[in-house]
Design a protein around this ligand. Structure first.
Ligand code: FVH
Length: 294
């Protein structure tokens, strides 16, 4: 017989933009939800919707078998948790605070010392996406903790376990964010360029920029192969000329080139040793006149 499980109690520590969304998703799914935040007033709306406000962090940590933390950074996380670490013994801590793999590993070691099941996570979503199918959360660390709480974690969005090393989720998170920031930097530069000619930016974005970026995704598997021989349709010499033209046109239109570093640094690698030790300005010259750098 299929037994329906009661939603388990969950505690959310940290009610910034993201923590609020996480707590709301647990509440909406019927989980008894306890919340704690340094600025206690931020919990008012959640309390009105049925959450319990913990008066102290220790009360918050002992209220539920599953504790979710979503704070500004790891120093804040430890500032908040360390004095009450013993209260977490026997529970599962899922830390969704953004940080480095090393910070995640150190926190896993801290958790093990306190007999806490630990999962580190990376949220690949903005607050408005939480609780919706398009939200994805990456987890790494204790496989047992993930298996035990996967259904509850799914209340926040899709869940992907990426390995037992507690640092893996953070590594994947930062890698994906770096791809996003590179893409956004390129898109911002594109908008600045066409903006110099008073183009209709929303129209440019919907009719050209989005379809173009979507079409370029076809090139990503080739990058993942790391096989330059497969790049013969777009050889590096041709790309160097195109990038040099972007730099020249940007200068001519009066658009700051700083956001182009995501193009120029990989190009420095493409043109290899000739560029070693050079500044980005030198590099633009080098792209324009590659023979000079030999
Ligand atoms: N918001 C987003 O789009 C991204 C999406 C991907 C994941 N990130 C990460 O989530 C963490 C929290 O982000 P957030 O958006 O909730 O951030 P804030 O709204 O700035 O809230 C910060 C919370 O941290 C608390 N806090 C800050 N300093 C202290 C401190 N010294 N002691 C105790 N708590 C502190 C703050 O409390 P308060 O200011 O309301 O009292 C908030 O609860 C983050 O790692 C993102 O990278 C979000």
């Amino acid at each position: 017989m299929n037994e329906r499980k009661e939603p388990i109690p969950v505690t959310v520590v940290g009610l910034g933009a993201m923590g609020m969304a996480l707590a709301s998703a647990f509440l909406a799914a019927g989980h008894p939800t306890t919340v704690w935040n340094r600025s206690a007033g931020k919990a008012d709306d959640l309390v009105a919707a049925g959450a319990a406000r913990a008066a102290t962090i220790t009360e918050a940590l002992t209220a539920s078998p599953l504790v979710i933390t979503c704070l500004l950074d790891y120093p804040v996380l430890h500032q908040v948790l360390d004095p009450s670490g013993g209260a977490l013994a026997g529970r599962t801590l899922v830390n969704l605070t953004n940080g480095t793999p090393e910070q995640a590993r150190e926190t896993a070691t801290w958790a093990a010392r306190h007999d806490v099941g630990y999962l580190d996570g990376g949220i690949m979503a903005v607050p408005a996406m939480i609780g919706r199918p398009e939200a994805l959360v990456l987890y790494s660390g204790s496989q047992a903790a993930f298996n035990q709480h996967e259904q509850t974690l799914n209340r926040m969005g899709g869940s992907r376990y990426v390995g037992a090393d507690p640092g893996s989720a953070s590594l994947y998170d930062l890698a994906l964010l770096s791809a996003m920031y590179g893409q956004f930097a390129g898109a911002r530069h594109a908008l600045a360029l066409v903006g110099t000619e008073n183009a209709d930016l929303p129209e440019f974005t919907s009719s050209l920029l989005i379809p173009w970026l979507t079409a370029t995704m076809i090139g990503l598997p080739v990058l993942a192969q790391q096989d330059t021989a497969q790049d013969s349709d777009s050889p590096s010499g041709m790309q160097a000329v195109a990038i040099a033209n972007i730099v020249d046109a940007s200068n001519a239109q009066g658009v700051d080139g700083d956001l182009l570093s995501h193009l120029l640094i990989p190009m420095r690698d493409l043109i290899g040793r000739r560029a070693a030790g050079r500044s980005l300005d030198d590099l633009v010259d080098l792209i324009n006149r590659p023979e000079q750098g030999k």
